[in-house]
Design a protein around this ligand. Structure first.
Ligand code: ITT
Length: 190
């Protein structure tokens, strides 16, 4: 079976992608390839950071790998937090990030938003990118305990529940990361 390193320090991403792959190929974690480095994310864009993380691992560990960079784009905030999604409130704390975003949207009725994921595969030194987007809206308060990050306040289009309330299977079927992973798997399947 093919093995690919998933260049991420986010355990939730690994869990979701492993579930979505359904055995299509075997995932190696950064720990398994002996990488304990903080991956650089300094380009200022989601596609750029995705490429930067994958390239870093390929260049330092000479192993085929892929990285995901993702973010939430809120229309009423001109696309914020975007590339700054992980640290929006100044920390990685999910509860603080959610509270910060809800505060920014207080009194605003246009709550449309989308999650975007860009996966970069580096295979034999060549780079390939796969993007996935899910449209939705920001709830007025948190609901559900599933998933991670902003899942308790993101309601995907066509649903009344947040990603925090929906199962991983349902989330993966429509999510930004689920879509980007399907692009990756289709590519690898030839
Ligand atoms: P790696 O860079 O190590 O992969 P990270 O958590 O730093 O992990 P990103 O830089 O891509 O990942 O940050 C994306 C942030 O966007 C993430 O930390 C969450 O806050 C949020 N996010 C991304 N996908 C999400 C999802 O499916 N559900 C909820 N929040 C998500």
């Amino acid at each position: 079976m093919n093995k690919l390193c998933f260049a991420t320090n986010n355990a939730h991403k690994i869990e979701e992608v492993a579930f979505a792959l359904d055995g299509a190929f075997e995932l190696l974690s950064l720990a398994e390839i002996g990488c304990t480095d903080e991956l650089p994310e300094t380009t200022g864009t989601i596609p750029g950071n995705s490429r930067q993380k994958a390239r870093y691992v390929f260049d330092h560990f000479q192993i085929d790998c892929f990285a995901d960079d993702s973010g939430l784009e809120v229309d009423a905030l001109n696309g914020e937090p975007g590339v700054d999604t992980a640290f929006y409130s100044g920390s990685r704390d999910h509860a603080k990030n959610i509270a910060f975003l809800l505060q920014k949207l207080a009194g605003i009725t246009n709550r449309t938003a989308r999650f975007r994921s860009v996966i970069t595969l580096v295979q034999n030194g060549q780079e390939y990118q796969f993007e996935g987007v899910v449209e939705g809206r920001i709830a007025t308060e948190s609901h559900g305990t599933g998933g991670f990050g902003y899942d308790p306040i993101f309601i995907p289009e066509g649903y009344e529940q947040t990603f925090g309330e929906l199962s991983m299977e349902v989330k993966n079927g429509m999510s930004h990361r689920g879509r980007a992973v399907r692009g990756l798997v289709d590519y690898l399947a030839g």
